[in-house]
Design a protein around this ligand. Structure first.
Ligand code: ADP
Length: 603
């Protein structure tokens, strides 16, 4: 990464965290300067005190020095404690703000991105990395550490500079000390850098391993997988995989610890050598009468603090540079564009529900794949028409629906609503004209009413009417808290467990509650028992009312109720017509599918 990019990313992170909470950012910075400056107060006054005592200064002067040292440290500490309590108060709020940022991004992302494996991996990686040390918080920490160390460097230099300009200390000695200091600092910077590079490589490995381990643990904790895990005795295999990956990481951790011990060795030797050399030079200076007894401790402490501050600063800069690679990934996640929101036309709200949709030469490949899931689809639906979409698994039926609802945009061709390309409409407005129940619909642990309304507030009468339409009136009557009964036990211990069939009917009720001009049902009876299935079929026209309805089903008998049937095969529409028309085509796919199903019902 180039230096300009490093700066750009770092300042973007600074701006972001500053906007999260300005008080927090200020407390962090001021607190750092105070905590770094505090140790210099006793160092400075102790030197004055010792010199005063040695040179027989007045008692009043000695007391003033002592009082100033204690008083200033006390005031600094009180202010520091106040600032740090303010800072602690903001922690939780800031943490939640970042979590909120993640949630907002996930919800505002184009559907295509949410399905993309690349995006899923990127998200897992930045989440994992933030737990292994690299994160946006590091930007705070690096600012704090830079402030601390720069304060320490400035204080140390200003309190030792007097020694280096003393004419009575031989120049060769002073030069020798400066060279030794420079060597110690350079070695310290180099070894710190090397240590950070090794740590970064270790964390980069840890990310992949953590992602794997998290996935294995999810399998163990996910109760929908627990049946298979028990019945097929998979526990040992899964825990074995966790053990293997963690063992591998432990080995790498041990290797890193050894490498770091070796790296610290020259630093320890040089630090001690410098300390004794400083004492030696100062003693020579003291003997020559150029350095006071009190100043010896001051100079040694300040030089050692200077050394620590410089190597710490080097370490912080190195971590900040490494962290910028993390931040680059972090921002690349939040910068994923959502092209779906480019349109701005409002969808005409028509009382006569006079909407029509047309597919014109539409072809589609899923992102990252080479094969067409749909090929040259041409179709137009009339208002109020009931269309059935049939075909074998993988023939493209669900993809067709996803394109119509603009979860994806076509690779070629265009889809029109009332003659206008759907990409030109405002995305949310366009979405509002569809009620869809996908096969993999979601149920939430909220109340039944909220699940049907897909909202926190709901119209009880309307929800009840929708539940009745899909045949759930008896189910509702049996619920202890009626519409306020929670589904499952995630949020309420009195929540009810529901069967797959009941869930499917609730999903149907949700589609009805939305009351949009288009109703689309993708295999709406797959989980229903034969009686419920019959009920849904026979009420289908009533359920759909005057809406334009699209109905995907494997069960061809159910399609007879529709005005038109489209037969999909290998991503193409190969037949269209009424049930009777299609049955009349003896060699057609529809006839083949119909006969294949019918044979099971012939006694
Ligand atoms: P159907 O609903 O008729 O069973 P789909 O529309 O789900 O069929 O799938 C059509 C084709 O697109 C299949 O070959 C399927 O493997 C592929 N496909 C479906 N979803 C995705 C996806 N998210 N990414 C890549 N390919 C997909």
């Amino acid at each position: 990464m180039r230096l300009t990019e490093h700066f750009r990313i770092y300042f973007r992170a600074l701006k972001m965290i500053f906007n999260w909470d300005r008080t927090f950012a200020l407390c962090w910075t001021v607190g750092a300067v105070l905590s770094a400056g505090t140790p210099y107060v006793p160092i400075y006054f102790s030197a004055k005190l010792v010199d005063g005592l040695y040179l027989g200064a007045e008692l009043r002067t000695i007391i003033i020095y002592a009082a100033l040292a204690v008083g200033m440290v006390f005031v600094f500490k009180v202010v520091e404690t106040y600032i740090s309590s303010l800072r602690d108060k903001c922690y939780g709020a800031i943490y939640r703000q970042e979590e909120w940022q993640y949630s907002q991004k996930a919800m505002s992302m184009a559907y295509e991105s949410t399905e993309s494996q690349e995006v899923a991996l990127l998200r897992s990686r930045i989440r994992m990395e933030s737990q292994t040390g690299y994160n946006s918080w590091w930007t705070y920490y690096s600012v704090e550490e830079c402030c601390k160390n720069i304060t320490q460097i400035v204080c140390s230099i200003s309190m030792t500079i007097s020694f280096f300009v003393l004419p009575s200390v031989p120049l060769a000695l002073k030069l020798g000390l400066v060279i030794m200091l420079a060597i110690t600092i350079i070695v310290s910077i180099l070894t710190t850098q090397r240590g950070q590079i090794l740590t970064e490589a270790y964390y980069a490995d840890a990310v992949h391993i953590n992602i794997f381990c998290k996935k294995y643990e999810d399998y163990i904790l996910d109760y929908s997988a627990s049946k298979d895990i028990r019945l097929y005795h998979m526990t040992d295999s899964i825990t074995g995989l966790i053990g293997e990956t963690e063992g591998e990481m432990n080995q790498k951790g041990l290797k890193l610890a050894k490498q770091k011990i070796l790296l610290s060795f020259p630093n320890v030797v040089l630090n001690h050598a410098l300390k004794y050399a400083t004492y030696l030079v100062l003693i020579v200076g003291a003997i020559a009468g150029a350095v006071s007894i009190g100043s010896i401790a001051q100079y040694v402490s300040c030089i050692m603090l200077l050394l620590t501050a410089v190597s710490e600063l080097a370490r912080v800069v190195q971590i900040a540079l490494n962290n910028n690679h993390y931040l680059k990934r972090y921002f690349s996640y939040f910068d994923i564009p959502n092209d779906m929101y480019k349109g701005s036309l409002t969808v005409e709200k028509r009382d006569d529900v006079e909407y029509y949709v047309e597919f014109r030469n539409v072809s589609f490949k899923y992102p990252g794949t080479d094969t067409y899931a749909l090929r040259n689809i041409n179709m137009k639906f009339k208002i109020g028409e009931k269309l059935a979409v049939v075909g074998m698994n993988g023939s493209g039926k669900t993809t067709f629906i996803k394109l119509m609802c603009r979860l994806y945009d076509p690779t070629e061709g265009e889809i029109l609503l009332n003659g206008v390309n759907i990409q030109k409409y405002d995305y949310d407005e366009y979405m509002s004209i569809f009620s869809v129940t996908f096969q993999d619909f979601a149920m939430f642990g909220f109340s039944l009413g909220q699940n049907v309304a897909a909202s926190k507030v709901f119209d009880g009468e309307k929800v009840t009417a929708c539940l009745k339409k899909v045949g759930l009136d008896k189910f509702l009557e049996a619920l202890p808290k009626g519409l306020d009964t929670c589904l499952y036990k995630s949020f309420d211990k009195d929540g009810v467990e529901i069967s797959g069939g009941e869930a499917q009917k609730i999903a149907l009720a949700r589609a009805l509650y939305k009351d949009a001009p288009f109703i689309i049902l993708d295999e709406p009876t797959a989980a229903l028992d034969p009686v419920s299935e019959y009920e849904v079929y026979s009420k289908f026209n009533e359920i759909a009312g005057d809406k334009t309805a699209i109905y995907i089903s494997h069960r061809l008998a159910s399609c007879r109720f529709c005005d038109k049937i489209a037969v999909f095969h290998e991503g193409r529409i190969i037949q269209q017509g009424t049930h009777e028309d299609l049955l009349a085509e003896d060699n057609g796919k529809y006839c083949e599918l119909w006969n294949a199903q019918a044979q099971y019902y012939v006694v």
